[in-house]
Each structure stands twice: as structure tokens, then as C-alpha cells.
Design a protein around this ligand. Structure first.
Ligand SMILES: C[S@@+](CC[C@H](N)C(=O)[O-])C[C@H]1O[C@@H](n2cnc3c(N)ncnc32)[C@H](O)[C@@H]1O
Length: 316
């Protein structure tokens, strides 16, 4: 079936309205393969009938449409470095900061756009490895996604050899999964830390949070800039003061303002949008360097640096 420009436009508009995902005419091959070729699965004989059905509020058709337009590519411990940063920097600092709080042993994590669950289970395994007394802690990992198909796979928690082979270390596979006839099933101790919920990131986050750790990775890339900016602003309101946000390797939030200054650990970058930071500027003219609170960023203007200032300067 060859698509008219009007049909392509109508599908792109519908995709945007329902999911925020931006498609344009260059995605006609996706419209062909994911929607036109599967019209019978939607119970429709034409594209126009499908659009009319969803516009009329047919929830079954809308959910099937969402499953068709979403890209659910994911893997265990994706990119590795965020999990190293989580284990060696972000979580130890969060846990330290909590020691004087009312709930020193409460941890809340959110895998927003969790797809088929690999991200949430990787977080759970990371915590299990890190906290030998985890069962004395109050830990919850919320995993959300807009796609019913993704959530069904995620809650089942069974992965093929191919899927576990993508990112799951053999020792962790043997420790946290059991072999079943059709693959590897996540053990109950891992599963019990994770709750799955259907959520559209475009809709309000009422009742969610506050989260200490938020993974919102490889989903905002599908949205346009104003939606991305607003999404991260709303996400920041679900996070604790020390909360850490991890995004995909290709996603950079530093253009969104000072509170999105990146935090680095090895090759990983994360953000602490609610952290009150006191930075210091060195006064080079004074006999001894004076440490004074400065604005959110250190001055970028190079100035002559006194001997004492050089001693006090952090190592690069
Ligand atoms: C490429 S996967 C990323 C999975 C995982 N975060 C990772 O980094 O491996 C993108 C996921 O975002 C979900 N998604 C797309 N639009 C969404 C929306 N508006 N609200 C919630 N989830 C959405 C898709 O269903 C898909 O599972």
C-alpha cells in the first residue's frame, strides 16, 4: 500500500499525541512495517479506519498502536558506566547523606521508560551486590513504561540466552536467575524489589517520589526539545535533594540551566538537579586565598593565581 502524504502526517500527529514520539515523513518505512503491515491486528482494514478508531477513544486499539510505535531496545547494565557510577559514587553519597535523616535505610529508585525490565533488574542486582544487609533496608524500585507489551515481558522476568547474553555477567546470571525451559527467570529476591506500573511520561507524575535515583534513559531522545525540557523539569520535582538522575549516553541536559550541571564519575555523567551546591571562588589578590561562596558555577574567567590558591586548587 502506498501512503499518501496526508496519511503519513495523520499517523505522525497521532504518534505525537499519544506518546510524544516524533515521527516525520522520513519514517514512512516504520509506518509501513509497524502499522500498515499489521492493520489486521488492530482489527482494521485501512489506516484511516485505525486513526478514526483511536480518535474515537478505543483503548484496545490505542494500546496496540502504542506497542507498535514504541522502540523497546534495551539490555542489562546498558553502557555499564552508569551502574559503576551508581555503585561507587552516587549511592554511597546518597546513603551517607541519609544517615542523619528520619529514614536512613530507605531507598527509592525509578526506572522511567523501563521497557522490558532489563534496566530495573540491573538496578536491583546492583543494590543486592552493594548492600549485603539489603533485607534490613526499605528498598523499592519502580519501573514504568507506556507499552503494555513491554510491561508484560518485564513482569514475567524471563529472558532468552540472547537477551541475558547482552550485558549480564555470567556470575550474576548464575546468582540471580534460574534456568527455565524457555530461558532464564529472574529470581524472586530480585523480582521482589521491583514494582511495574504503566505510566505515560507526558502525563503528570502525581503521587510519585521522592526518588533517590532516577534512570530516564534513551526515551527523551524520541521527544522534541520543549517536551524534553519540560519532562526533565517535572522529573526533577519527583527527586530528593540529593537525588541522582541518569540519562542515556547521547543525552545532555547541561543546556537546560545551571541546576543541570553534570556530575562526572569515570565515563559516566549524572545530574543532581535539586542539590544545593556551595561552590567556592578563590580571591587571588588576598595574601591568603579566601574561600567565599560563589554562584552556581565557578567563574570561567582565568585570573592570576597566587601560590596559596594553587595549593588549594582541586587536583584535575
Ligand atoms: C529505547 S527504550 C529504553 C529502555 C531503557 N530505558 C534503556 O535505556 O535501556 C524506550 C522505552 O520508552 C518507552 N516510551 C516511549 N514513549 C513513552 C512515554 N511517552 N511514556 C513512557 N514510556 C515511553 C517505550 O515504550 C520504550 O520501552
Amino acid at each position: 500500500m502506498s501512503l499518501t502524504p496526508q496519511q503519513i502526517q495523520a499517523i505522525c500527529r497521532l504518534t505525537d499525541k499519544v506518546t510524544g514520539i516524533q515521527w516525520d515523513s522520513s519514517k514512512d518505512y516504520l509506518i509501513e512495517s509497524r502499522i500498515v503491515a499489521r492493520l489486521a491486528e488492530f482489527g482494521c482494514t485501512s489506516l484511516d479506519a485505525l486513526i478514526a478508531k483511536i480518535d474515537a477513544g478505543d483503548v484496545v486499539a490505542k494500546n496496540a498502536f502504542i506497542d507498535a510505535v514504541t522502540t523497546r531496545e534495551t539490555l542489562f547494565f546498558r553502557d555499564e558506566s552508569p551502574y559503576i557510577a551508581l555503585e561507587h559514587k552516587a549511592l554511597p553519597e546518597i546513603i551517607d547523606a541519609k544517615t542523619s535523616s528520619y529514614f536512613p535505610k530507605r531507598l527509592r529508585l525509578w526506572s522511567a521508560a523501563a521497557s522490558t525490565g532489563q534496566e530495573a533488574y540491573s538496578l536491583a542486582i546492583c543494590l543486592l551486590e552493594m548492600l549485603p544487609d539489603i533485607w534490613n533496608w526499605d528498598v523499592q524500585i519502580l519501573a514504568t513504561d507506556i507499552s503494555d507489551a513491554a510491561l508484560a515481558t518485564a513482569s514475567r522476568g524471563i529472558y532468552s540466552d540472547f537477551e541475558t547474553g547482552r550485558g549480564m555477567r555470567p556470575d550474576l546470571l548464575n546468582k540471580y536467575f534460574q534456568k527455565v525451559s524457555n530461558g532464564w527467570q529472574v529470581k524472586d529476591e530480585v523480582r521482589s524489589l521491583v514494582t511495574f506500573q504503566k505510566r505515560n511520561l507526558l502525563q503528570p507524575f502525581d503521587g510519585l517520589g521522592p526518588f533517590d535515583v532516577l534512570f530516564c534513559r534513551y526515551v527523551a531522545i524520541y521527544f522534541d526539545l520543549p517536551v524534553r525540557r519540560e519532562l526533565f523539569e517535572r522529573l526533577s520535582r519527583t527527586m530528593t535533594a540529593d537525588g541522582c538522575l541518569f540519562v542515556g549516553a547521547s543525552e545532555n541536559l547541561s543546556d537546560f540551566g545551571a541546576k543541570w550541571a553534570p556530575q562526572f564519575h569515570c565515563r559516566a555523567v549524572y545530574y543532581q538537579p535539586n542539590k544545593a551546591r556551595t561552590t567556592f571562588s578563590l580571591q587571588p589578590q588576598s595574601p591568603a586565598a579566601v574561600l567565599a561562596p560563589a554562584g552556581p558555577k565557578l567563574s570561567a574567567v582565568p585570573a592570576p593565581v597566587s601560590k596559596m590558591a594553587r595549593i588549594l586548587a582541586p587536583m584535575k
